[in-house]
Write a protein that binds this ligand. Structure first.
Ligand SMILES: Cc1cc2nc3c(=O)[nH]c(=O)nc-3n(C[C@H](O)[C@H](O)[C@H](O)COP(=O)(O)OP(=O)(O)OC[C@H]3O[C@@H](n4cnc5c(N)ncnc54)[C@H](O)[C@@H]3O)c2cc1C
Length: 451
């Protein structure tokens, strides 16, 4: 419980609003994408500006409160919400200023991908973001951020030019390659360890209509389709990104599919995609020219807000026959029809950045093997979690010892060093400079001595 005078002090210090348990809006504000997360902050500060974030950090330090930062609230681990602490809710901060001449965006941390892409595309511009439009730009970028444009333009964090960030000492700093360069290096893929980012400056690129959509095959063809995927995706040009997945169609039938986005000249893209459209008779071929913002939304329906989620993932460079066999076998006995087994590609420009150039270490032509379990009822938690763990254990021998920090679960602190890889020690050293007491620890934490 926070005493009334202290609560009044925080309210007076903010342009935004403060919600305490029991107050109207509190229950909604603590909900995030993953319904498994039921944390109850002592206070939720719905920040309006960077100055509000400065006030929140000072207040939490003065009153010994733990903090979390909430961007889009999409991360499955639920670290955006903190039990008994101060949740610094950035979701009201949605300003986005595009400079079409310099081709840059100045974007606040409450923006979702849908909102950010919408504003950039008004000028025919975009930069790499993820593949589901309700995701927040903040958490995605801080952990790396890969999606349909990463082959051509690198990761979201590779397109960062600067950030404004409130550090643990309560100071608002600008970090860029020339100002606090060590801090800037760390936030480019080092997760949310170093402070609360109040503004992101991105480099943008001209992105016109894309060739997007996917091809669906019966599940009985899964082995052949995944083997084709391995060969087709590994050789593909930077302009193309290719994902694969096994899921359950609306009529209840299990299916396997390959989804694409081509961001180059459309006639050339059509030729590049020919082998994919010919190798096997599909149930449906939905590849067509489309607006980039529409491509960014085509998979949204598979991930509605409010289901229960338990995910595991890992990077992989080659999908051999043994791994395919495991995937097909586990896919055939998914306990929930909403669960997907996916392969999401990272390659090209994103893979050519040297591992030590940013905090995001895993720079390979690869895909992320994603076991994306989702279901509706609390009563189904146990079988779904059990199946996910078994599937991951069976796939693990076929994966690299490397994982994407943004898809680590709440119970995977033992894999955090795998996520940061060869950059872990440098990250820990920078953490010791900017946050020696580990004030920001509601994240995939770079360990420092506990407070
Ligand atoms: C359905 C779905 C699809 C996805 N698809 C992709 C994809 O295609 N590509 C991809 O790269 N990732 C993808 N992800 C993973 C995604 O990048 C992470 O979940 C990411 O953390 C979401 O960002 P957020 O702002 O919504 O998260 P939040 O849950 O709000 O935050 C995640 C973490 O970042 C911290 N944080 C948030 N904002 C700030 C800030 N401003 N300053 C400091 N710390 C902050 C939080 O405290 C928390 O630790 C997907 C996730 C989901 C659920």
């Amino acid at each position: 419980m926070i005493a009334q005078p202290a609560l009044g002090e925080l309210r007076a210090a903010l342009r935004g609003t403060v919600l305490a348990p029991g107050e109207p809006g509190y229950e909604d504000a603590r909900q995030i994408f993953n319904a498994m997360i039921d944390s109850r902050p002592a206070l939720i500060a719905r920040c309006a500006t960077a100055a509000d974030v400065v006030a929140c950090v000072g207040f939490a330090q003065a009153h010994g409160l733990d903090v979390s930062a909430r961007g889009g609230g999409h991360n499955v681990s639920g670290k955006a919400v903190i039990d008994g602490g101060l949740m610094i809710d950035l979701s009201p901060m949605k300003a986005c200023r595009i400079d079409p001449v310099r081709r840059t965006a100045r974007a606040e941390p409450g923006l979702t991908l849908a909102e950010f892409d919408h504003d950039c595309q008004a000028f025919g511009l975009a930069t790499t973001m993820g593949a589901i439009s309700a995701t927040g730009i903040a958490g995605l970028t801080l952990g790396g951020g890969f999606g349909w444009l990463c082959g051509k333009y690198g990761l979201a964090c590779d397109n960062l030019l600067s950030v404004d960030i409130v550090t643990a000492d309560g100071r608002l700093r600008t970090a860029s390659p020339t100002e606090h360069p060590d801090l800037f290096w760390a936030v480019c893929g080092g997760g949310a360890n170093f402070g609360v980012v109040t503004s992101f400056e991105f480099r943008l690129h001209e992105v016109g209509p894309v060739l997007g959509g996917g091809i669906v095959f019966p599940f009985a063809k899964a082995g052949r389709v995944l083997a084709f995927y391995d060969q087709f995706a590994r050789g593909c040009p930077d302009e193309l990104s290719v994902n694969a997945a096994v899921w359950t169609a609306a009529d209840g039938a299990p299916v396997v599919g390959i989804a694409v986005a081509w961001c180059g000249a459309l006639d050339l893209g059509a030729r590049v995609l020919e082998p994919l459209r010919r190798f096997e008779a599909p149930l449906a071929d939905m590849i067509a020219p489309m607006r980039y913002v529409d491509r960014q939304r085509t998979s949204d329906a598979f991930f509605p807000h409010g289901r229960r989620h338990y995910w595991k993932a890992g990077w992989q460079r080659r999908l051999g026959p043994d791994a395919i066999e495991v995937m097909v076998e586990f896919a055939a006995r998914r306990p929930s029809p909403y669960t997907r087994l996916s392969l999401q590609q990272m390659h090209g420009a994103a893979a050519r950045v040297p591992p030590s150039a940013t905090a995001f270490a895993h720079r390979n032509d690869q895909w992320e093997v994603q076991i994306l379990s989702q279901w509706q009822d609390t009563a189904d938690d146990e079988p779904n979690i059990r199946w996910t763990r078994a599937c991951h254990a069976a796939l693990e021998p076929h994966l690299d010892r490397a994982v994407y920090v943004n898809n680590l679960g709440d119970d995977e602190s033992d894999r955090v060093s795998e996520a940061y890889g060869s950059n872990y020690e440098r990250l820990a050293a920078i953490k010791a400079v900017y946050d020696p007491a580990n004030f920001f620890r509601s994240n995939q934490n770079v360990a420092t001595p506990p407070r």
